[in-house]
Design a protein around this ligand. Structure first.
Ligand code: ADP
Ligand code: MG
Length: 291
């Protein structure tokens, strides 16, 4: 720990506090994330540690690098590569205007990072603008990987603030326990829509019911026919039979026809029909895009 000198606090998240710091041996600027553990807990669960250590091997330009894991009996500090800001803060400063080529670039990089993780059988499970970090040179990196998997999907921040439901797919909202990569592609779709609208969230629900209602009012209420197994989900409850809103693409007026088609396939209510990151990267929307 003495190796690092804290510079300033940069974030307060679901599991703890994040600091900008300097490695005094290499002078490298890093982000230190102190994970707070419950007082009465036994310390860092060994299963969590094992999984977090696996993340050290997850090396990709669109995934924030985990340099090191420091832990004592009672707490754990993760040492990450430092990024300039997160996508939420970027939205806050863009003044409601965003270049659609930047959106395409961010979307491409988000899907590249996701594809890499999914190919390594790692799900993110909590993709949202605050967990996407960007650099001044336009690089985007997925952050906050693995903790959701090690510690479970958070319901509350440790500051008792309720965690946002806006990026959760209907299957998870209905209590599905068997997650697959489709959980992340749904979130990617929601973030895609939000990016093209310069930070206006697609489904800003207040609670689980409201969240599902907002989704179904746009995409139509699913049925056992459109989604076999739906009514067997642990927290399933019927909703009014909203028809799909045929004008739904009006919610993303800045998006090209190809972009709307990609979005439509990412936010398919039935998780089994949702597009995979692999397929999304092959989509026509990216045809004019050179990386
Ligand atoms: P939590 O699991 O608590 O949500 P995060 O890893 O998402 O923690 O970090 C919380 C916030 O801190 C992020 O939303 C971001 O603003 C900032 N942050 C996290 N990691 C970095 C980093 N490597 N570089 C710059 N800022 C970061
Ligand atoms: Mg986070």
């Amino acid at each position: 720990m003495h190796k690092y000198e804290k510079i300033e606090k940069i974030g307060e998240g679901t599991y703890g506090t994040v600091f900008k710091a300097k490695n005094l041996e290499t002078m490298e600027i890093v982000a230190l994330k102190r994970v707070r553990l419950d007082q009465d807990d036994e310390g860092v669960p060994s299963s969590a540690l094992r999984e977090i250590c696996l993340l050290k091997e997850l090396k990709h330009r669109n995934i924030v690098r985990l340099h090191d894991v420091l832990h004592s009996e009672r707490n754990m500090t993760l040492v990450f590569e430092y990024c300039d800001q997160d996508l939420k803060k970027y939205f806050d400063t863009c003044g409601g205007v965003i270049d659609q080529q930047v959106v395409k670039s961010f979307m491409y990089q988000m899907l590249k990072g996701l594809q890499f993780c999914h190919n390594h059988n790692i799900l993110h499970r909590d993709l949202k603008p605050q967990n996407l970090l960007i650099n001044k040179n336009g690089e985007l990196k997925l952050a906050d990987f693995g903790l959701a998997r090690s510690f479970g999907i958070p319901v509350r921040c440790y500051s008792a603030e309720v965690v946002t439901l806006w990026y959760r797919p209907p299957d998870v909202l209905f209590g599905a326990k068997l997650y697959s990569t489709s959980i992340d592609t749904w979130s990617a779709g929601c973030i895609f829509a939000e990016m093209t609208n310069a930070g206006a969230p697609l489904f800003p629900g207040n609670d689980v019911d409201d969240q599902l209602k907002k989704i179904f009012k746009l995409l139509g209420t699913p049925t056992e026919q459109s989604w076999p197994g739906l009514t067997k989900l642990p927290d399933y409850k019927p909703f009014p039979p909203y028809p799909p809103n045929s004008m739904w693409y009006h919610v993303v007026p800045q998006l090209s026809a190809e972009g709307r088609d990609l979005l439509a396939q990412l936010i398919i209510v039935n998780p089994n029909k949702r597009m995979l990151a692999d397929e999304a990267l092959q989509h026509q929307y990216f045809a004019d895009f050179a990386t």
